[in-house]
Design a protein around this ligand. Structure first.
Ligand SMILES: *Cc1c(COP(=O)(O)O)cnc(C)c1O
Length: 359
């Protein structure tokens, strides 16, 4: 069976070395030495001033939104994982969708200003599939209207744009380190910011609001992560370069065998100034019928690509059902093909042949 992704695990003895340390210290959670070490390393890697390792990418989004200390309308993309939208609603704000650009699949920056009202508090776009948003337009609009920008950077570990770590963009970036992401801690996530005031709020919100043992800064939640997940992250971090290299080669092979051959298949457009992480391999079909034909042919051979992202998030039953024609059209026609470190050339060839046979 071949799935859309497969977890990369470190050599067991490397993880075991960290476990021995945890057993010696009997310190398993509550900002232990491994959590601190991972946070320090990620701060350097992302080139950001503050970074908080949290339980998952969804709580990262929720705390980021909560740290704005107000509710209202948040402008967001309909083409992302459900957590981007659900976190806005969960935190008591209204998700206001702005349609995507048909080539980059990111929020269309030219359409943002039209969606701003007196109740707008923030813009929350996703760098979808690790493809950075046009941050300069987005952040100019934000500045003009006094809005915060939170990027959902769940797909964007290690991505640079114009030689800058994408963690430096906007006010806050949130990450997911879930097992399916290119860098993982099994479950986990992070909140990165360069803003000292937001960082202070995020730091107490992550830990029940505590200010020492007997005092509280304010409202908080349990968003922290633990030593076992940090240990996995410390094992996985040195592997990232190899992982990106491997996926880059697989991406080139898919491109050469599919996109170069069949003009009805399209790729997302990635700006030339992006240092990409090759985290996913989405292809866009001419129509949904072709996608369904290919998907079922692959499924018949025990190969399971995923319809990322389907449905378009404006179709969720807890948001206003605006029409988002571009996102809805892309959602119906986009499929992520298997892409992971251990995917072999022969497995990839099998996938390619099945696809080319069907369209
Ligand atoms: C994976 C993902 C999340 C959620 O992260 P979890 O760690 O699974 O909670 C949020 N946003 C996007 C875009 C994602 O892909």
């Amino acid at each position: 069976m071949i799935n859309v992704t497969k977890i990369t695990l470190p050599p067991l003895d490397e993880y075991y070395e960290y476990l021995k340390g945890i057993w010696e210290r009997s310190w398993v959670t509550n900002q232990g030495p491994l959590v601190n070490e991972l946070e320090e390393k990620l701060k350097v890697f992302f080139d950001v001033k503050h970074l908080f390792f949290v339980a998952n990418g969804t709580i990262a989004l929720q705390i980021a939104i909560k740290s704005l200390n107000k509710t209202g309308e948040i402008i967001t993309t309909p083409f992302s994982y459900v957590a981007t939208t659900s976190s806005i609603v969960w935190e008591g704000s209204k998700a206001v969708f702005v349609d995507i650009d048909p080539e980059t699949l990111n929020i269309d920056p030219e359409k943002i200003e039209n969606a701003i009202t007196k109740d707008t508090i923030a813009i929350l776009p996703t760098h979808v599939f690790g493809n950075p948003c046009n941050n300069s337009i987005i952040e100019n609009i934000a500045k003009k209207h006094n809005l915060k920008v939170i990027y959902d950077a769940a797909h964007s570990f290690g991505v640079k744009y114009n030689d800058l770590s994408i963690s430096k963009l906007g006010d806050i970036s949130t990450y997911s380190f879930h097992a399916t992401k290119i860098f993982h801690t099994i479950e986990g996530g992070a909140i990165a910011t360069n803003d000292d005031t937001l960082a202070h709020t995020i730091s107490y919100m992550r830990n029940f609001g505590h200010n020492g043992q007997e005092d509280f800064f304010g409202l908080g939640i349990n968003g922290k992560n633990c030593e076992f997940h940090a240990a996995m992250g410390l094992c996985m971090l040195p592997n990232l370069k190899k992982s990106i290299e491997k996926r880059k080669n697989l991406t080139n092979s898919y491109d050469n065998a599919l996109i170069a051959i069949n003009k009805d298949l399209k790729r997302i457009k990635i700006d030339k100034n992006v240092e990409y992480n090759y985290s996913y391999y989405p292809i866009i079909f001419k129509n949904e019928e072709d996608l369904l034909k290919v998907k079922s042919a692959l499924n018949n051979k025990n190969i399971f690509p995923r319809r990322y992202f389907y449905p378009s998030l404006n179709k969720l039953n807890y948001v206003n059902n605006y029409s988002m024609p571009v996102s809805e059209s892309i959602s119906k026609r986009i499929l992520c093909l298997p892409l992971f470190d251990d995917l072999t050339e022969s497995e990839q060839l099998q996938i390619i042949n099945i696809i080319l046979n069907k369209i």
